[in-house]
Design a protein around this ligand. Structure first.
Ligand SMILES: [Zn+2]
Ligand SMILES: [Zn+2]
Length: 129
């Protein structure tokens, strides 16, 4: 993973590397601050790179945290499931094949074409319980 992902622009690779190194969700502004020494100056540069990385499934956007996190899987379809600890902020990405089936059934029943799914589950992690 990381910068080894093929076909990334320099900015995309920088942003992805930063997120992989962080291992936790980062806001676009935190990414921009971290990458200023590497020559990124404008929020738009970061947002463009993030858009593309999200499109490619290398990064997920966590709406509730207004932040981005590197995908920890080599490859998965367009369903990402996150367990988000409300005390320590730990975020865990899970594989959930049974959920994917349930979501596909639900979409089919509604004749709905799913683009992407990001499930954000709030609670307490093992360490905080
Ligand atoms: Zn993922
Ligand atoms: Zn926790």
């Amino acid at each position: 993973m990381g910068a080894l992902a093929e076909g990334l622009t320099r900015n995309q690779a920088l942003v992805l590397d930063r997120l992989v190194a962080a291992g936790t969700p980062l806001s676009a502004y935190a990414i921009l601050d971290a990458l200023r020494p590497s020559g990124l100056k404008a929020p738009l540069q970061v947002y463009r790179a993030l858009d593309r990385l999200v499109d490619r499934g290398l990064v997920h956007r966590l709406e509730s945290l207004n932040a981005f996190i590197a995908c920890c899987h080599d490859q998965h379809d367009r369903t990402a499931v996150f367990l988000i600890c409300q005390r320590c902020g730990a975020v865990d990405e899970e594989d959930a094949p049974t959920l994917q089936g349930a979501i596909a059934d639900l979409a089919r029943a509604s004749n709905f074409a799913v683009d992407s799914v990001v499930l954000e589950i709030k609670g307490l992690c093992r360490g905080c319980r």
